[in-house]
Design a protein around this ligand. Structure first.
Ligand SMILES: [Zn+2]
Length: 482
């Protein structure tokens, strides 16, 4: 008992006590922890770390005010742990952090008007999860996060998830990241801009505006809430490199702008995001059967339990992409998104049919015909072919239902023994002309239908032809509307 009374009782992140000899001021704490954890000079911290015999550095539940952390402070091979630590008006200059954990065991870390300049973060993990930044300058300026996998942790991660950042400067600038996973999941950033440059080159460190990410396989912004300028830029000269990109649950419309340059989106998920407002410059989308498709759909198609809600969500995304592309006056690709939307609507109809059987039949025949005749208004050759086909087909039929040209009535009866004669061919040509007349809405002017059968058929033909012509014109317009 007497022995434990003479060492510092400050509780560290792992629940153990500090255990250093008691200093002058306090009866229960060492020099570092004496002033209820309030620290205004770096000397106590330095002295403390020199006495530290643990294999990690623990600066839990302290409050640093106006402290300048220089490069001599942290060692490049001892992990650093912070928990519920507050920093006010502090600067970290050229510090080297190994496996830095600013994530809470109990309470989050807070940074007020602090700045990291030319700091290096190494090890296999670096976490600022749930940290709060309220800064009037760039928080991470000219910093390097170079994380490498180890046996124990194969996925080296830079974790900025669930953070809150209010900054009149930037969160990152001129900084560089190299790791497997970079995440800002569920983070809220208020003000400034977020700029990311993504590329994939060995032995190459590029730094520019914002944060450069090299060789990062998995990038997550899911659930990000941000109201400033968002820029995601990819090096266009890197072939097929496309990271797993998580962009789910983000309202891009609440950002002042959201731009993607040369982004490879072949592994990008957008589920539950508002994406109409994004500006895509030269994006790479995945393709299936020659048409653009969202990776969200590829990923779901590979599962067997694709639900009605999934398809509804895909439909919503395709509608937004279609609008997005139409605003951008890219009508050809907008057509691809429209086609995907129609596919989803048709699928939805099969999975979740309307209760009314009549409505169900009408709807599903509509989608089937719409697809069959014009590929959802995307193909103009098909409706043209159908117009010609209908023309010839109905000329045939009119031969047998009867029609009159210039007072002379023509009607054939089906007789298998009848041989083909010049007269039949001549009358077939007349029927073609008659059909042509019907299609041009000149019904009854130069040619007169004879029976009510013929009249009924003629009305059907006018309707069908009108439909086909409008589908043809629609597809033609889509193709050349630029
Ligand atoms: Zn202590």
């Amino acid at each position: 008992m007497g022995e434990s009374g003479r060492v510092c009782q400050w509780v560290l992140a792992d629940g153990k006590i500090c255990g250093l000899p008691i200093g002058g001021g306090s009866p229960r704490a060492c020099k570092l922890h004496a002033n209820a954890g309030n620290i205004t000079s770096i000397n106590d911290t330095k002295e403390h770390l020199q006495k530290n015999t643990r294999d990690y550095i623990d600066l839990t539940r302290l409050r640093f005010t106006g402290v300048f952390f220089d490069k001599s402070l942290f060692s490049p091979d001892k992990p650093v742990k912070f928990d519920g630590t507050e920093f006010v008006n502090c600067t970290f200059d050229q510090c080297t952090f190994f496996n830095a954990s600013f994530e809470p065991f109990k309470r989050p870390c807070r940074f007020k008007n602090c700045q990291f300049t030319q700091c290096g973060f190494s090890g296999c993990r670096c976490s600022f999860r749930k940290a709060e930044f309220r800064c009037d300058r760039t928080v991470f300026l000219d910093c390097m996060f170079i994380l490498e996998s180890s046996g124990a942790e194969p996925a080296c991660t830079l974790d900025f998830s669930e953070c809150t950042a209010v900054s009149s400067g930037e969160l990152f600038d001129l900084s560089y990241v190299q790791c497997n996973t970079f995440t800002m999941e569920g983070t809220t950033v208020n003000g400034g801009s977020l700029t990311f440059f993504v590329y994939y080159v060995d032995n190459d460190i590029q730094r520019g505006l914002g944060l450069s990410l090299n060789r990062v396989g998995r990038i997550s912004f899911s659930g990000l809430r941000f109201n400033g300028r968002f820029v995601y830029k990819q090096s266009p000269h890197l072939g097929r490199y496309g990271p797993s990109l998580f962009l789910s649950g983000i309202n891009f419309a609440e950002m002042s702008s959201a731009q993607f340059f040369d982004a490879n989106l072949s592994g990008a998920l957008f589920t539950n995001s508002i994406i109409e407002a994004i500006r895509f410059h030269n994006p790479v989308w995945p393709k299936e059967q020659g048409r653009l498709i969202l990776y969200d759909q590829i990923e779901r198609n590979s599962r067997t339990d694709i639900s009605t809600d999934d398809i509804k969500e895909l439909t919503r995304l395709y509608v937004q992409l279609k609008k997005n592309y139409e605003l951008d006056r890219n009508f050809i690709d907008a057509g691809d998104w429209f086609h995907r939307e129609m596919e989803c609507r048709r699928r939805l109809l099969n999975q979740d049919p309307p209760k009314n059987p009549f409505r169900r039949v009408i709807m599903s025949s509509f989608f089937s015909l719409y697809h069959f005749v014009s590929e959802y208004g995307e193909n103009y050759v098909r409706p043209l072919a159908f117009i010609l086909l209908l023309w010839a087909l109905f000329a045939q039929i009119y031969l047998f239902t009867g029609f009159a040209v210039g007072g002379e009535s023509i009607e054939y009866y089906i007789c298998p023994e009848c041989s083909l004669s010049i007269q039949i061919l001549w009358d077939f040509l007349k029927a073609l002309v008659f059909r042509g007349g019907t299609m041009l809405l000149q019904l009854g002017r130069s040619v007169t239908p004879l029976s009510s059968w013929t009249t009924g058929l003629a009305v059907c033909q006018v309707l069908l032809t009108l439909t086909l012509v409008s589908l043809f014109l629609l597809a033609l317009r889509r193709k050349f509307r630029r």
